[in-house]
Design a protein around this ligand. Structure first.
Ligand code: ATP
Ligand code: MN
Length: 467
């Protein structure tokens, strides 16, 4: 009995002339061609971007016509045969089939991926089948590799993976609109004094899906020193842009005793590590995406890895943008939140390298950022990348209880909901910092895809949650 082998283990092997070895593979037919004598079947099992060529001698009794008819694009096969050196172009080995079993047929009349070269927009409408394309195979393998590299990076540096809750009762982040979680009967809500009575709800209070694990992450950092979170994050904002999803994955490291400079150093080292990891371990998938979609992809990855990120303040950036003479859709002035067109101008046109902006006006940033002595700015930092704009947002946190409470009052955040967060400042407070990386923004950069809906297996966005 042969046991089945991942195709990844076979493609790229070199055998001596006349050498052969018994193999069994299983996978999905990408193409079938040939003539009356012989059939060439390309089979892919998703273990790598390459398909393997299966050769069937149609004169052999093992391959009658009724069997061959069932072998169509999309069908799933189990092939027993011999791995032999290949005469064909673009491959070192192929399989001479002895036996082919059709595990699952795919009717050519109705199989949606019958033809090659579908648009990414069309593939989004068949997100349940698009992992079977070379493009999504490459993207999904890269997604896995980047998640693995992310854990490795932190683990090697003594960070602990902290699991923060997805259901939360605090809306103090202000990061965006939240999805509410409730078991109350929506057609007959319990009321009290003209308001919905949330004491009758599942958690005895109003609850939502998290927009960030940071506040809980800070609790972890103030005990374990260095932690990171990595999990689903939800924003009910109108995410009809190529850079926003309603459900995305965020990675948030949080470090006690780190000041803003340490935070920037970590973010820069982290992004370079991930980029280097992709270049070193995912060459085949990157070359495929480079050739198919974006001829600059690998160059761009290499250039980020080898370059120092430019660091400047928000105020300096606004001066550059104002004196640039460039036409922007949104006007720049000190105090406005920068748009992605401004961020990309700085990165792609002005500095031609990744940029880290710091010291933002306090009014456009969250309440927890450390206040500078000027009374106007806070120690926030955004990392801006080519093609993407903001890929990371972070800050040094305000560790002073009085200053933090004053800011909470200014912003009318109900501090009865904040007592547990403020306790970190009451008991053993310390300087600390952290940031959030949008995992799909990273993947846009790594894969060269231009729409965030194409770097997550099952994207969630307005009017879309079918599969
Ligand atoms: P943006 O201005 O692009 O909406 P943000 O300021 O709302 O970003 P943060 O709250 O700082 O973002 O979140 C941290 C990171 O999470 C961002 O740098 C980005 O990479 C990612 N991110 C934020 N919102 C989304 C979203 N809706 N979909 C995917 N990634 C997101
Ligand atoms: Mn946002």
């Amino acid at each position: 009995m042969l046991t089945h082998t991942d195709i990844k283990k076979l493609t790229g092997l070199t055998l001596g002339e006349g050498e052969s070895r018994p193999v069994q593979i299983k996978g999905w037919v990408r193409t079938k061609r040939g003539n009356k004598q012989v059939a060439f079947i390309a089979v892919n099992d998703g273990s790598c971007v390459a398909s393997i060529q299966v050769v069937a001698d149609l004169n052999a009794p093992a391959f009658p016509e009724d069997l061959m008819k069932r072998i169509t694009t999309g069908a799933c096969l189990c092939v027993d045969g011999r791995l032999v050196p290949s005469m064909g172009k673009g491959q070192t080995v192929e399989i001479q089939a002895d036996k082919i079993e059709v595990l699952g047929e795919a009717d050519p009349e109705t199989y949606p991926l019958q033809k090659k070269g579908h648009s990414l927009e069309f593939l989004r409408e068949i997100a349940h089948l698009r992992p079977r394309t070379n493009t999504f195979g490459a993207v999904l393998r890269l997604r896995h590799e980047m998640a693995y590299a992310l854990h490795t990076f932190y683990h090697e540096r003594g960070f602990y993976y902290l699991h923060t809750p997805l259901i939360t009762a605090s809306d103090c982040e202000g990061a965006g609109e939240m999805f509410q979680v409730t078991t109350l009967p929506l057609e007959q809500l319990p009321m009290k004094d003209g308001k919905i009575d949330y004491s009758k709800d599942f958690f005895g209070r109003q609850a939502s899906l998290t927009v960030s694990g940071q506040l809980e992450g800070e609790l972890g950092a103030m005990a374990l020193s260095k932690i990171y979170t990595f999990g689903p994050t939800f924003r009910a904002e109108n995410s009809n842009t190529p850079r926003h999803l309603a459900e995305f994955w965020m990675n948030e490291p949080e470090m006690a005793f780190y000041e803003i400079e340490d935070n920037m150093d970590l973010a820069e080292e982290f992004l370079k590590y991930l980029t280097a990891y992709a270049l070193e371990h995912c060459g085949d998938d990157l070359r495929f995406l480079n050739d198919m979609y974006d001829k600059e992809l690998i160059n761009r990855l290499e250039s980020v890895q080898n370059t120092r990120f430019e660091r400047l303040t928000y105020t300096q950036a606004v001066d550059i943008l104002k004196s640039s003479g460039a036409k922007f859709e949104f006007k720049v002035d000190w105090g406005v939140d920068l748009q992605s067109e401004h961020e990309r101008y700085l990165v792609e046109r002005h500095f031609k390298r990744p940029v880290i902006l710091t010291d933002y006006p306090k009014d456009i940033k969250a309440f927890y950022m450390k206040q500078n002595d000027d009374g106007k700015t806070v120690r926030g930092m955004d990392v801006l990348f080519p093609q993407i704009g903001e890929i990371i947002g972070g800050s040094q946190r305000e560790e002073n209880l009085d200053k933090l409470q004053r800011r909470i009052q200014e912003l009318h955040i109900p501090d009865k909901d904040m007592w547990w967060y403020l306790d970190t400042r009451r008991f053993g407070s310390a300087p600390h910092s952290g940031f959030g990386l949008g995992f799909e923004r990273l993947l846009l950069f790594i894969t060269g895809m231009t729409n965030i809906r194409d770097v997550i297996p099952f994207p969630r966005y307005p009017q879309n949650a079918e599969f």
